[in-house]
Ligand binder design. Structure first.
Ligand SMILES: *Cc1c(COP(=O)(O)O)cnc(C)c1O
Length: 306
């Protein structure tokens, strides 16, 4: 059932300033795992899908916002592996559906919209009970795939990180992917987490994940950066969009505006400010999320060149 069919490419970035600083920077192209089930969303779903099959479940139910990469990935994975899928979507339905939701629906996902207030209680017993009354039995995956199997799936990202790597950069939403990279076996690198969200809860969120893991002894060094959120989740500023568009032109790698663009912007800012010693060998994990660009461009005007 593994759709990671090939070695994930590690693409070297040839940037004069980076090279002049004596730093090696590569991008781990997890975005190439699958066009629709890309990057960390596939890593987080894989073990959940295996568990659902083992439990003979035929329906996957999960939660997300209207532009969610996780909703897109769950719909596509459900269709690929023979599950009915139900997406509990935060907020009112707006027509026409944006490209994330119309693609999800075309993959067979049943969309149920709930008010923002109700969404906050989405994992309460009462709400879950009402979902069971409406839809019968289902395998429940938390928002963003943020459970223990999600973390363990993300530990596998490290299998493609060279042992000579000194730093691994990763974007953060629920901190699940970072938790996997930080606790991967036999690592020697320091993990650098870049939060896409405003607020100072990311460290606690990560701690919570790390405490859930029995491999707590395996926790490696890490540092979190909270200053590159550009106003918060799904917010942007011109400097971020310029960076994303320039990066695409120079390196032929598409970044997304919600996660990977902010991480890469932050990483370059750290490089330019002298954070890394000469000889550092950095791997930036491209966690995917490119499906979200169409919806972003629909919403804000074609700000991202594709
Ligand atoms: C969801 C997502 C993230 C955030 O991952 P978490 O495990 O929730 O921290 C990062 N990058 C992309 C592209 C994503 O879609």
């Amino acid at each position: 059932m593994n759709i990671v069919l090939h070695q994930i490419p590690l693409q070297a970035i040839q940037d004069p300033k980076v090279l002049a600083a004596g730093i090696r920077l590569s991008v781990l192209r997890e975005d190439l795992i699958h066009p629709e089930i890309s990057g960390n969303k596939w890593r987080k779903l894989l073990l959940n899908i295996k568990a659902a099959k083992l439990a003979r479940q035929t329906t996957l139910l999960t939660y997300g916002g209207a532009f969610s990469n996780h909703i897109a990935a769950t719909a596509a994975a459900g269709s690929a592996f023979g599950f009915r899928t139900i997406g509990i979507i935060r907020g009112e339905a707006t027509l026409p559906l944006n490209s994330t939701l119309s693609n999800a629906q075309s993959k067979g996902m049943l969309l149920k919209y709930v008010s923002r207030n109700a969404y906050r209680e989405k994992e309460s017993d009462a709400f879950t009970q009402s979902l069971h009354e409406e839809y019968g039995d289902f395998y429940q995956i938390p928002e963003g795939g943020a459970n223990l199997m999600g973390i363990e799936g993300c530990q596998q990202i490290a299998e493609n990180i060279p042992t000579t790597t000194t730093h691994v950069a990763v974007p953060m939403g629920t901190a699940t992917t970072a938790a996997g990279i930080i606790t991967a076996p036999e690592k020697k690198y320091v993990t650098l987490g870049f939060s896409s969200l405003k607020g100072d809860f990311m460290g606690n969120q990560l701690q919570m994940h790390l405490q859930c893991l029995s491999s707590a002894a395996n926790t490696g060094a890490y540092e979190l950066f909270g200053q590159y959120h550009f106003g918060g989740y799904a917010r942007y500023q011109p400097a971020l969009l310029n960076f994303i568009n320039n990066f695409k032109q120079q390196h032929n790698i598409q970044l997304d505006p919600v996660y990977t663009g902010k991480m890469m912007y932050g990483l370059f800012d750290l490089i330019h400010s002298g954070y890394f010693p000469r000889g550092a060998s950095i791997v930036a994990v491209h966690t995917g999320g490119l499906q979200g660009i169409a919806g972003f461009n629909e919403r804000f005007g074609n700000l991202i060149e594709i």
